[in-house]
Design a binder for this molecule. Structure first.
Ligand SMILES: NC(=O)c1ccc[n+]([C@@H]2O[C@H](COP(=O)([O-])OP(=O)(O)OC[C@H]3O[C@@H](n4cnc5c(N)ncnc54)[C@H](O)[C@@H]3O)[C@@H](O)[C@H]2O)c1
Length: 248
């Protein structure tokens, strides 16, 4: 068996990130699960190890610079040079009209979804830089390019993620390191359940035109493709995997 390549998945304890972790582990990647959700993350890492795979959980708040640095270092120490990262950690916004959104709510949404993405890309890219290869996926959202009601904070943060990816991809293209944004549509995860509960106006627009949500695995397969050797000419792009939501 060939040496397992090292990957980091932020938000890997739940939803889309968890599906990415399981898919990478099944393809012989050595995975670092970086998440706030310690019980779920530990249990997932243990399940992968029981099946003969390589995985560790590192409790990480992606908006904390020191924690992100330590998490990348922990991946390198446990699994060797970093080959790939899928950054899926994220939260819904305040679910309020913009004029009712408080600065604290705005900052929380932006800190986790955008500042957290910047920190993860910054330290993952620095780890890949000397090896002159690697691939990073930033899990953005269809909300990056489509207006959604009561979601201006979330739309702004995710649009920021797409801009971050465009700029960062240029900075590392000549070093054979690729960075892409992935824009899921509505996906059946705990986050989607929370946003439906807090923002019922979202309901119908979110599932058009296929009239269903994605399963997390339908998003994970695109993310895993984007870090694989089957997508070696894809960089700086924003890939919609949204069941047609953004064109409906
Ligand atoms: N589910 C959807 O409909 C949908 C649609 C478009 C985009 N997305 C995006 O997909 C990504 C994954 O969402 P999901 O639906 O799988 O949600 P989820 O809630 O199932 O998983 C998100 C994970 O991120 C973790 N997380 C939250 N804040 C964190 C922090 N500060 N540091 C580290 N980890 C943190 C949570 O603990 C959780 O395990 C998010 O970026 C979300 O914005 C989701």
């Amino acid at each position: 068996m060939t040496q397992a390549r090292a990957a980091i998945v932020t938000g890997g304890a739940s939803g889309i990130g968890k599906a990415c972790v399981e898919m990478l582990a099944a393809r012989n990647w050595a995975v670092t699960i970086a998440d706030l959700g310690a019980d779920e993350g530990q249990a997932l890492a243990e399940a992968i190890r029981r099946n003969g795979g390589a995985a560790q959980f590192v409790r990480t708040d992606v908006s904390d610079e020191g924690a992100v640095q330590a998490m990348v270092r922990a991946s390198e120490e446990a699994h060797g040079p970093l080959w790939a990262a899928i950054n899926s950690a994220g939260v819904v916004g305040a679910s309020k009209p913009v004029h009712e959104t408080t600065l604290e709510e705005w900052d929380r949404c932006s800190d986790i979804n955008l500042r957290g993405m910047f920190l993860c890309i910054k330290y993952q890219l620095a780890a890949m830089w000397p090896h002159e290869r690697g691939a990073i996926v930033a899990v953005s959202s269809a909300a990056a390019v489509k207006g959604l009601p009561n979601s201006a904070d979330y739309c702004a943060a995710k649009a920021g993620v797409n801009g971050l990816v465009r700029g960062a991809a240029l900075d590392c293209a000549e070093r054979n390191i690729r960075i892409n944004a992935l824009m899921p549509g509505a996906t059946a995860t705990p986050l989607a359940a929370r946003s439906t509960a807090s923002n019922p106006n979202l309901g119908k627009t979110r599932v058009r035109p296929m009239n269903r949500m994605a399963a997390p695995e339908e998003i994970a397969s695109a993310a895993v493709w984007l870090v694989s050797d089957e997508s070696t000419f894809a960089t700086g792009a924003a890939f919609a995997v949204d069941g047609g939501m953004t064109i409906a």
